[in-house]
Design a protein around this ligand. Sequence first.
Ligand code: BES
Ligand code: ZN
Ligand code: ZN
Length: 499
Amino acid sequence: MNITVKTQSFGKTSENVLVMGVHSNEKKEALVSKLLKPYADHLKSLGAEKVFVGSPGSTYFLRNFDGQSLLFFGLGEAKSASCEVVRCAGAKVSKILAAEKVKSAAVSIDTFTSSKGSKGAKAEDYVQAFAEGAFLATYKFDKYKTDKKKENVKVDLVLVQENRAAANSKAVEVAEACADAVFIARDLSNEPGSTIYPQTLAKTTEALAKKYGVKCKVLDVPAIKKEKMGGLMGVGQGSSRTPRFIILEYKPKKAKRGAKKVGFVGKAITFDSGGISLKPGLQMDEMKHDMSGGANVIAATLLAAKLKCPNPVSAYIAAAENMPSGTAIVPSTILNTRSGKTIEVLNTDAEGRLVLADALDYAQDEKPDYLIDAATLTGAVVIALGNVCSAIMGNDQKMMDKYMSAAEKTGEKHWQLPIFKEYTDDMKGKVGDLRNIGGDRSAGSSKAGAFLQEFVRDGVSWMHIDCAGSAWNQRHLPYAGMGASGHGVRTLCEFACSV
Ligand code: BES
Ligand code: ZN
Ligand code: ZN
């Protein structure tokens, strides 16, 4: 999809399809008389005012009227039409046009930016949201399909503004950069476990880092051992595909005074079979996505670089394949982590926290002002929040509030869970310092967070994101769908840029 911004009177556009947003509380006839005078009488004769009231998500398509088709898109009441409503509108419009094999369409972008549902949002924020939705909705993971549709239509969208606003063109650029980054995360996570394993993930990340002008360093097995990362080595020891530790580093060209150092940590289990505590076979294939946290922090760091984030951002990705074999760790194994703490492995399927323990410790050597880990950590979070939302938890309420504000902007849902002392107590080990599962299945996500918190040093502001549900199958969203969603990439970057 190609999106451009053009300043002209909407009535003068020559594209085949004209798209307009309609708020349910405004008069369509007045809108049309203003924008498309020649069509006003015809719409009146059709009684459009009655058959189309502009409910959110509804459409009214007048085909090939006088050489042009008109697509009206309902946004609901202006006061509740948020950036997310407009993002969804952009996605649906883009899908409708593709399905109708429309090659080029003009969008009266002013009819979308007159929305008022997001507090403090400017016109360009709505433009960005619309374009983001339109771009994101075009994603397909069909590289392994042999019958790829040859006539995949590429839609040219022209966003028509009546008055010149440079910020709108910039907003489209930002939207495209965001979508590209989300696609990177989706591609990495959708890739089968047989093609993406720690070594290939490292290679792919190196290539992406080069493209985005970000520094990348990969620790191989001897280097990981030298770092005494017993958690990462332990999880990877059952697989012939050995672990890697990937480090990305973005530094702004001109360091701003008072800039905050942001550290991202990502779980990248390229396939989670459960190890010796083997998972059941049903839907085990989904565990190729168990590197979504890692994929998200990679994509967010690249995006931060692309958007010239004023703060330095580093990402630390612990990549391993969790497999059962004669060399795999067994329940009862004691692992020595980089921090010096020992972990008693009672279930080899609770492996994410083992690799994150080492990655968090490594990241803190760089003294970040804000440390965030992202991981598909627990099935419990899928039960609690479904695929709609990520859980966050941490040790700094102000930081989490800032994160929630960033999420409010991106429309990516997050919800805070507590880390109570009782959960921390439950993670104490009998033989080792910590055990990797609680005494029962209760509060599974919070207990995993409590476990991670034990590897956070005093005074470090830290937050954990459990994206086990949100990382895939966000079918409720017109701009996501089946498979990897990349949910969280845009918020991670927004946080890094705004903190
Ligand atoms: N990768 C899984 C978590 C997961 C579950 C991600 C469902 C996405 C969808 C994780 O490694 C895991 O297996 N966790 C266990 C922990 C348990 C043994 C304490 C779980 O949630 O069952
Ligand atoms: Zn697992
Ligand atoms: Zn896992």
